[in-house]
Design a protein around this ligand. Structure first.
Ligand code: ATP
Ligand code: MG
Length: 374
């Protein structure tokens, strides 16, 4: 074929600017030109190259040119890091996730046999239960780059711009080997308000569906939402794997306390078990926040906060609003409340209560008697 000068110049220019998005775009134009000229070998060779992942520029101090919202100039998608902290999951969610990872690892074999499912996983559940963290872990265990698109940041107040932003994301995702994480998926449903034109919700949903359908089979897509019932049923169907991340159960809460508060120290198992019982109803992020507050106090106050102080903070916390440690002596009312709390948990003996609350066993006995006498 006659050399297409402007495409070649444009290709070199974008390569030197480390603009992968443009390299891919110009590259596919070039492949198309070759195909039009019946040079299918050249077209195929270019397409194969375009499927490769670029050198991770973040580590070398460059940032890959990311698609941005035209108005706010905020990036629509970013490359996330693989997490360094562990994830603790309730049994059932853990099972779905291992299944998903195994299927993703063997997608070649599965599609050869004609039994592959689209690698789409929907994570749903209340805030702070580790959905975002888990998506990163899945990318890490698949050793794939992790692209995060926050759908709430895509919503533009400018008509038509939102659908364009969604398109920008799907155009950007490299054809192969990526994990695309669509965070805050319910943001789309919130377009159903009066600031937006009626047709816009439909248009955006359609763009998301088209985008999902345009991805090749081996792209892993993970969606996350706090409000699964708000999702459009057609979007819901695009994710054959679904895992609910509920509030952590007692075993998971114990692991969270052991990890975040006691840094895995085996000698603190009993204390972690008590905290696990008392922290029923809190999410992983709350437990992390309270634990880290206690450790900050230990470092700055030169003295480790007592288990009693931490238990009081837990008692005053609600899901999504953890109460950090009060910096004060325990009052008699605190001691009474704590005694009752530990007694209610069942498994804690009066001797242990006396040690934790810091009062004599006779006093524990008296507090409990007072409480039962009303
Ligand atoms: N199950 C868990 N195991 C380990 N850490 C957890 C867990 N749940 C929460 N955390 C801690 O809380 C932090 C916040 O969790 P994350 O952002 O992943 O929650 P989320 O479900 O995505 O919440 P949101 O719906 O608000 O986006 C995590 O980075 C982690 O430190
Ligand atoms: Mg999240």
């Amino acid at each position: 074929m006659e050399v297409n000068k402007s495409l070649i110049i444009s290709l070199i220019e974008s390569a030197l600017a480390a603009d992968y998005t443009r390299v891919r775009r110009v590259g596919s134009q070039l492949a198309k030109r070759f195909a039009e000229e019946n040079d299918f070998d050249a077209a195929k060779a270019i397409q194969a190259l375009l499927r490769k992942r670029g050198v991770p520029l973040q580590t070398s101090g460059y940032a890959e040119a990311l698609p941005r919202d035209a108005g706010s100039r905020l990036p629509l998608i970013e490359e996330g890091q693989w997490p360094t902290t562990p994830i603790m999951l309730n049994g059932e969610a853990g099972h779905t996730i291992s299944q998903f990872i195994e299927d993703a690892q063997n997608i070649g074999l599965l599609s050869e046999k004609g039994v592959s499912a689209r690698l789409g996983l929907l994570l749903f559940g209340p805030p702070g239960t580790g959905k975002t963290l888990l998506a990163g872990h899945i990318a890490a265990s698949l050793k794939r780059p992790f692209y995060i698109a926050r759908l709430d940041s895509l919503i533009s107040s400018r008509l038509g711009e939102t659908a364009k932003n969604v398109r920008g994301i799907f155009d950007f995702v490299p054809a192969r080997n990526a994990v695309l994480f669509l965070d805050e998926m319910d943001a789309i449903a919130k377009l159903r308000d009066d600031r937006h034109e009626l047709g816009e919700l439909k248009r955006v949903v359609n763009t998301v569906l088209q985008g999902l359908d345009s991805l090749t089979d081996d792209v892993v897509t993970i969606g996350a939402t706090n409000h699964p019932h708000l999702l459009d049923p057609a979007i819901w169907r695009r994710f054959p794997y679904k895992a609910e991340l509920g509030l952590p159960d007692r075993d998971v809460r114990k692991s969270l306390w052991l990890h975040f508060l006691f840094e895995g120290e085996g000698t603190r198992e009993d204390d972690a078990a008590i905290l696990a019982v008392v922290s029923k109803g809190l999410n992983g992020a709350d437990i992390e926040n309270i634990a880290l507050a206690a450790r900050r106090r230990a470092i700055l106050g030169n003295q480790e906060p007592s288990l009693a102080e931490i238990l009081l903070a837990v008692r005053a916390s609600r899901a999504g609003s953890p109460r950090l440690l009060d910096n004060r002596e325990l009052t008699t009312a605190d001691k009474k409340a704590l005694t009752a709390l530990l007694h209610e948990t069942g498994g804690v003996s009066q001797a242990e209560i006396s040690r934790i609350v810091g009062v004599s066993r006779q006093m524990v006995h008296r507090y409990l008697k007072e409480a039962s006498d009303g």
